[in-house]
Design a protein around this ligand. Structure first.
Ligand SMILES: [Zn+2]
Length: 281
């Protein structure tokens, strides 16, 4: 009952996902056709491009990728390992859809098992302002980078950080960073506030909510941590003791303390406005 009510209220926002399960690999990957390699400072990006793709579009979405990685390197939430990252490029969304995992309406995804990013060249999503294919590729690349450096991060942190960091436009400077918050993330804000959906480190979080709700609240919660200057501290705590159950680390198992943290988040959500930059660290 609870689940069906939530599903009714929260219209899924199309986002990018990462999957634990393996997703199929298209024929041009197996046959190693149209392989493109971009590299800088020992980071190599290997692209498998679908035949008949628009290479002008491909160059457009990858043009600033190393500038983006240079900015990202300044952020203390992750480290970019000198390694290879693999990306499968689909000529369009239709082609991508034929290879994507069933049921989940993703725009692009990172297959955690094979360490492969899957991305179509023609992403258009009116729900996510400013989501151009470049932002989508940055997002998926963030998942791949976090997988290499920070496998111990919980899924919600990986998802939220991938989204937050896709929007960076300057080097890290604590409390002075300005990161864009799209209005589309706040479209269901009233429903979230009414329902007081649990925070993503709540023990039963992934059993109560579907993947769309999990994604949305994970991203908003990471924005909140950033905007209230708590994100760096959270990450330090997780790095100190990666195996500890976060619910108990953050609340000492105290339900009142958890409710206070939850309340603080919803008070922030009530006041925050989208389509503008917010600061924090
Ligand atoms: Zn994602």
């Amino acid at each position: 009952m609870w689940m069906s009510i939530l599903r009714f209220f929260l219209i899924p926002i199309l986002l990018n996902f990462f999957f634990f399960c393996s997703t199929p690999q298209p024929y041009w990957v197996k046959e190693k056709q149209q392989l493109f390699i971009l590299s800088k400072d020992s980071v190599e990006l290997i692209f498998y491009i679908e035949p008949d793709s628009d290479l002008y579009k491909f160059r457009q979405i990858t043009r600033s990728i190393f500038d983006y990685l240079d900015l990202l390197k300044t952020y203390p939430y992750l480290t970019i390992k000198e390694t290879r990252y693999y990306v499968i490029i689909y000529k369009d969304y239709h082609s991508y859809k034929t290879y994507r995992p069933f049921k989940i309406d993703s725009l692009a995804h990172f297959d955690r098992n094979h360490k492969l990013i899957h991305i179509p060249l023609d992403i258009q999503n009116h729900l996510l302002n400013r989501t151009t294919p470049s932002f989508v590729i940055y997002h998926e690349l963030n998942h791949a980078i976090l997988e290499e450096c920070c496998k111990h991060y919980p899924i919600w942190l990986n998802e939220g950080l991938s989204f937050l960091l896709q929007n960076i436009a300057q080097s890290f400077e604590c409390k002075k960073n300005m990161i864009y918050l799209p209005e589309s993330l706040l479209r269901q804000k009233n429903e979230l506030i009414d329902r007081r959906i649990h925070l993503p480190f709540y023990p039963d979080f992934d059993q109560i909510y579907d993947i769309y709700q999990q994604n949305l609240i994970s991203i908003l919660y990471v924005y909140y941590l950033f905007n209230s200057n708590q994100l760096l501290n959270y990450i330090q705590i997780i790095n100190q003791d990666p195996k500890k159950e976060l619910y108990f680390v953050f609340t000492k198992g105290n339900l009142h303390l958890y409710e206070k943290v939850r309340n603080d988040f919803y008070e922030w959500l009530k006041t925050i406005k989208g389509n503008r930059v917010i600061n924090g660290c």
